[in-house]
Design a protein around this ligand. Structure first.
Ligand code: 23J
Ligand code: MN
Length: 259
């Protein structure tokens, strides 16, 4: 057995490493993104019992599920965005599985977001993090810790005003640096999508989706428990369902982290 896997098993068993669940529950109450009414909406979650130890199946319980690909804690594949439509291996069933695992860089902007729901991580903000924690390595998952997952209920989570939703995200140049210069796997956020709430009105619209997926990178949305991770030193595993030609999928995102 490889020494590193041997130690991984030992440290998980000893409790010096822990598995942190970065996933919110997937059920009828899961909050789904709401787009302007001219665009088609994504369905919420429905869970229909097939049988539950009853006449329909006396010894077994199981459900039929229905939901959009971009529901709850979910993965954005490159093909999700028009800029990524021609990326090789850009669908959930063709991404090489080695690209689901990477070191986590957790950027804590909770204080700034508490003061400004429209906070965007700028290149200067990224540089300040890198001055403290080192350059974001190639193949990293960059996770934006905003505290947003502590908002309970649809109203607080989507935070919609007369001029649309207000939630934090990335400045387009920050997305470009991460995708092109740092060559990350992708970014992860606590909000309903990887773009800021107001990003539909940015130029270009939804610049993080545009930039990340155009470069073949991924997104993770509706993460939680990022406050249980160190700034560096955790490993994130985010493997979407192998949906044929899929643009994304709900998934269980876990991190291996020092306890
Ligand atoms: C479709 C259109 C705009 C956005 C999104 C989906 C998402 O956030 C998503 O789940 O990928 S912003
Ligand atoms: Mn998505």
């Amino acid at each position: 057995m490889s020494d590193v896997l041997h130690r991984l098993v030992e440290e998980l068993s000893a409790g010096t490493l822990q598995v942190v669940d970065l996933t919110i529950p997937l059920g009828p109450d899961t909050v789904v993104i709401e787009l302007p009414p001219m665009f088609a909406p994504s369905n919420g979650v429905s869970i229909e019992p097939i049988s539950r130890y009853d006449d329909a199946g006396p010894a077994w319980y199981w459900n039929n599920l229905s939901f959009g690909e971009h529901t709850g804690t979910h993965f954005d594949a490159p093909i999700h965005w028009v800029t990524g439509a021609k990326q090789p291996n850009g669908t959930t069933d063709t991404i090489p599985p080695g690209r689901f695992v990477g070191p986590a860089c957790v950027i804590d902007v909770e204080e700034a977001v508490a003061a400004d729901s429209d906070f965007l991580l700028t290149p200067e903000g990224l540089a300040a993090w890198e001055a403290l924690h080192g350059t974001v390595p190639r193949g990293a998952w960059v996770l934006l810790r905003t505290g947003w997952s502590r908002r309970e209920g649809k109203e607080a989570f989507l935070n919609v005003a007369d001029d649309g939703p207000h939630s934090p995200g990335f400045h387009q140049e920050t997305s470009r640096i991460l995708a092109e210069d740092r060559d990350v796997l992708g970014v992860g956020v606590e909000t309903v999508g990887t773009d800021a709430g107001q990003a539909g009105a940015f130029d270009p619209p939804f610049p993080n989706h545009t930039t990340m997926h155009g470069a073949g990178k991924f997104g993770l949305a509706s993460l939680c428990n990022l406050d249980q991770l160190p700034a560096t030193g955790a490993v994130v595993i985010a493997a979407p369902l192998k949906i044929v030609d899929g643009s994304g999928s709900p998934l269980r995102v876990i991190a291996l982290a020092p306890a």
